[in-house]
Design a protein around this ligand. Structure first.
Ligand SMILES: [Zn+2]
Length: 384
C-alpha cells in the first residue's frame, strides 16, 4: 500500500475544514492520528480507482464503534428499514416480552413487530395469534403452541399479508392489474406449500415504474413478510428456546445494530464515515463480500429503505441529535452508494448548506421536516 505524502494530508484536512465550517476532528489530532489519516487517504485512492489527486476528502476516519448511530437507540436499518437494537440494550429489550400474557402480549408483539427480521417476525406473529386465543399464555407457551403446524401457519401468515396489500393495489388500479395477477400467483404457490419470496420479488421489481411509490412500498413490505424459504423459519423457531425472555432475545439477535462497510473492508474500503451505513445484523452478516448487484436481488427493498434511512439521519442532524461534523455525511454516502451500485441506489439528500439553514430555522422554533424538504428540492429540480 502506498502511503500518501504528508502534503496531501494537509490538503485533505484543509478541504475538510472548509467543507464543514466547524471544528474538524482531524486537524488538531496527534501525529499518530495524522498518520492514520494518511493511510485513509491512500485507501481512498485505491477505493476510487487511484484518483486521489482530484478527489476531496469528504468523510473522516472513525472506528465502526465510534460511528454516531452506535450511540442512538431505535435507528432504522439502511437496508431492510427494520428497527434495530443496540447490543448493550438487547437484554432490556428482550425483558419487555417477559411476564406478559394473552392479549397484552399479542398487542406488544404487534406493536414491536418491526424489531424482528422476517423469519423471526413470522415466529413472533404466530405466537401472538396463539396468545390471543389463550389469555394465560406467556411467550414461551404461545411459541410452543404453534407446534407442528409451523409450516401451514407460516403459509397463511404470508397469504394474509399479501391479501391486505392486494386490497390497496385494487383500490387504485382496479381488479385486473398486473400486480394483482402476480400476487394471485404467489398466493397460489403459498397455498400449494411453496414458500419462496424471490419467485415474487424478482418479477415485482420490474413493475416499479407502473405503480405509485406508496403502493409499491406497501406491496414490497408485504412481500418482505414472506421468508426466502421455509427452512429459515424452522431454524428461527428451533433456535428460540427457554424462558419468554430467552426466546425474545434469540429472536431479536438479528436486529442488532451493526455498521456496514459499503465498499467491503476486505477489498480496501476505509474505516471512514463516508463508507459507513447502519444496518442490522441480518442485513450485514450474510452479505459478506457479495456485490450489491447480488444483494439487491435478496433485498429489493434496499433503495427505498436507504432513502428513508438518510432522511432519518439528516432529520437527526437538523434536530440537533447528531453533531454538525456529520453535515457532509449525506452527500458523501450518496456518492459511495451510487458508485458501489452503479447508480442503482441514488439517494436524494440535502446539502450541508441547506442543513445549516434548516438547523437555524429549527433553533428559531420552526417545525422542520427533512423528508418534505427533500421532496420540494426534487420537485424544483424537475421544474428547472
Ligand atoms: Zn436490516
Amino acid at each position: 500500500m502506498v502511503i500518501a505524502p504528508i502534503s496531501s494530508v494537509n490538503a485533505i484536512s484543509t478541504k475538510a475544514i472548509e467543507n464543514k465550517k466547524v471544528s474538524n476532528p482531524i486537524a488538531s489530532e496527534k501525529p499518530e492520528v495524522q498518520q492514520k489519516v494518511a493511510e485513509q487517504g491512500a485507501l481512498k485512492s485505491y477505493f476510487l480507482g487511484g484518483q486521489a489527486a482530484t478527489v476531496s476528502f469528504g468523510g473522516f476516519p472513525v472506528s465502526t464503534g465510534g460511528f454516531i448511530t452506535k450511540k442512538i437507540d431505535d435507528v432504522p436499518c439502511c437496508c431492510c428499514g427494520g428497527r434495530m437494537v443496540r447490543n448493550n440494550q438487547m437484554g432490556a429489550k428482550a425483558a419487555e416480552f417477559a411476564n406478559i400474557n394473552g392479549e397484552k402480549l399479542a398487542n406488544k408483539i404487534e406493536a414491536d413487530k418491526d424489531f424482528f427480521r422476517t423469519p423471526q417476525r413470522v415466529v413472533m406473529m404466530l405466537a401472538a395469534e396463539e396468545a390471543r386465543k389463550n389469555p394465560s399464555y406467556d411467550l414461551a407457551q404461545a411459541k410452543n403452541a404453534i407446534g407442528g403446524d409451523l409450516k401451514e401457519k407460516t403459509q397463511n401468515y404470508c397469504i394474509n399479508s399479501l391479501k391486505e396489500a392486494d386490497t390497496i393495489v385494487k383500490a387504485t388500479y382496479g381488479e385486473n392489474n398486473p400486480t394483482s395477477k402476480l400476487i394471485a400467483k404467489q398466493i397460489e404457490e403459498l397455498n400449494s406449500g411453496e414458500i419462496n419470496r424471490r419467485n415474487f420479488t424478482d418479477k415485482f421489481v420490474k413493475q416499479q415504474g407502473s405503480l405509485d411509490p406508496i403502493t409499491y412500498e406497501k406491496v414490497m413490505d408485504a412481500a418482505m413478510n414472506i421468508p426466502q424459504d421455509f427452512s429459515e423459519v424452522k431454524r428461527a423457531y428451533g433456535q428460540a428456546n427457554g424462558s419468554s425472555q430467552g426466546i425474545a432475545r434469540a429472536l431479536l439477535k438479528q436486529s442488532m445494530q451493526t455498521i456496514e462497510h459499503i465498499h467491503p473492508k476486505s477489498k480496501g474500503g476505509p474505516n471512514a464515515t463516508e463508507n459507513f451505513i447502519a444496518e442490522c445484523g441480518d442485513c450485514n452478516w450474510p452479505r459478506g463480500n457479495s456485490s450489491y448487484m447480488n444483494w439487491l436481488k435478496v433485498h429489493p427493498e434496499y433503495p427505498i429503505k436507504a432513502q428513508h434511512h438518510i432522511e432519518w439521519f439528516q432529520q437527526q442532524i437538523v434536530d440537533g441529535n447528531i453533531g454538525s461534523e456529520y453535515d457532509d455525511y449525506g452527500i458523501d454516502v450518496k456518492q459511495t452508494l451510487s458508485k458501489e451500485t452503479n447508480g442503482q441506489i441514488n439517494l436524494k439528500v440535502l446539502t450541508p448548506e441547506k442543513i445549516n439553514e434548516l438547523r437555524e430555522a429549527k433553533q428559531a422554533g420552526e417545525d422542520v421536516n427533512v423528508s418534505e424538504e427533500i421532496a420540494n428540492q426534487e420537485q424544483e429540480k424537475e421544474e428547472a
